[in-house]
Write a protein that binds this ligand. Structure first.
Ligand code: F0G
Length: 366
């Protein structure tokens, strides 16, 4: 049986050579593409979810981080920095450990989920809680990397995009061709940029000079790209930066995405859309994913599912189309949302004594 080697080894011939000089990997990628009949029934399409929470640190960031940290290691870098709403910092911290590098992370004070904070600390990152939001953290991280001997590993680093494009390759490899529609959450807009690059390259439509140019096309077409922002943090939908973004989906609480124009290119060139979904829609989709599909995600990850459900309600999902929704991060990152009902009341487990009769009774068994 084939043992998955991580995305650089698996897709070496379609990635820039410099990321393979010193590969730093935790075996990322190779994540499940799971059919979701509950979502197909609700949309009239054939829906799959790409479960990126199954990566080593629990989010899609690991695909980009193996590439960025490998490239940095190849250049002899000793230290990296990132701004993060949590997942990037968890991933950077873990890959930095493997590379023997120092990792500094800048996170918005009080606005990152506990699981992610724990990961960055567990992996020994120099974690600084910044008095500001993600956008402020990213400005500071970029300046730090410009003036000091540390490399920036946010998705403005092109190696991050190269690594993350492999998610598109895996989807096509699993389905035998590109889906009709690919849906995902949009925050800093690196991932929609990366998927679009991957789908284009696999269909033989990559920009001149891309890694893997000249290799045979694998897909016959590219999908429409459907991106979804949280309503309180939807600058691309609004057409202007949001100075005080707000959403319970803290991973995508971003008001001025770094890859804004590239996200618009993905949307426009694919004939897709970028829309917003409310926190209520996100939590409802989060609940459907866990209670009907069997996949537990963090709230931001449910934005893509919320988006296709919202479009289905408006009659905007083509019947019978094949849709892949990338669900970006694991539910255990931010588990508190499972412990309350949609109307906000707390869910508390039933207590019983340790005898079979009271247990059967509590379960309603006769
Ligand atoms: N989903 C999750 C779980 C994320 O953590 C992020 C981004 C996104 C979606 C959006 O992806 O930024 O490429 O558009 N998290 C970043 C971080 C900002 O710092 O972890 P994007």
């Amino acid at each position: 049986a084939h043992q998955w080697q991580g995305i650089i080894a698996e897709y070496r011939d379609r990635l820039p050579e410099h990321v393979s000089e010193r590969i730093v990997t935790l075996g990322e990628g190779g994540t499940p593409l799971v059919e979701a009949p509950a979502l197909s029934a609700r949309t009239g399409a054939q829906v799959f979810v790409k479960v990126e929470g199954m990566n080593p640190t629990g989010s899609f960031k690991d695909r980009g981080m193996t590439a960025a940290i490998s490239a940095a290691a190849g250049r002899g870098a000793r230290a990296v920095v990132c701004a993060s709403t949590g997942n990037t910092s968890a991933s950077a911290a873990a890959y930095a450990v493997r590379a023997g590098m120092t990792c500094a992370v800048l996170v918005p004070d009080g606005k990152i989920a506990m699981g992610k904070l724990s990961q960055a600390i567990a992996h020994g990152a120099r974690l600084l809680q910044v008095d500001g939001n993600f956008d402020d953290c990213l400005v500071a991280a970029r300046k730090l990397a410009d003036s000091y001997p540390v490399e920036l590993v946010n998705s403005v680093n092109p190696d991050r995009i190269e690594g993350q494009k492999t998610g598109a390759f895996e989807i096509v490899d699993a389905l035998g061709d590109a889906p009709d529609i690919h849906a995902l959450p949009v925050g800093n807009a690196g991932n929609i940029t990366a998927y679009w690059k991957g789908f284009r390259e696999y269909a033989g439509q990559g920009a001149p000079g891309h890694a893997g140019e000249g290799l045979p096309a694998v897909a016959t077409h590219v999908p429409q790209m459907w991106g979804f922002q949280a309503a309180g943090a939807a600058p691309i939908v609004a057409g202007h930066p949001i100075t005080e973004p707000e959403t319970i989906a803290t991973a995508i609480r971003i008001g001025n995405p770094a890859s804004w124009e590239l996200a618009e290119t993905a949307r426009d060139d694919s004939g897709g859309v970028i829309e917003s979904v409310t926190d209520e829609q996100i939590l409802a989709a989060h609940r459907i994913l866990s209670s009907e599909v069997g996949v537990f995600v963090e709230p931001a990850s449910a934005a893509g599912v919320a988006g296709i459900l919202s479009r289905a309600e408006r009659g905007l999902v083509p019947a019978g189309s094949r849709i892949v929704v990338t669900v970006t991060g694991h539910g255990l990152k931010d588990p508190q949302w499972a412990l309350r009902t949609l109307d906000g009341s707390e869910v508390t487990p039933t207590r019983v004594s340790a005898d079979v009769v009271s247990i059967a009774d509590a379960l309603g068994l006769d």
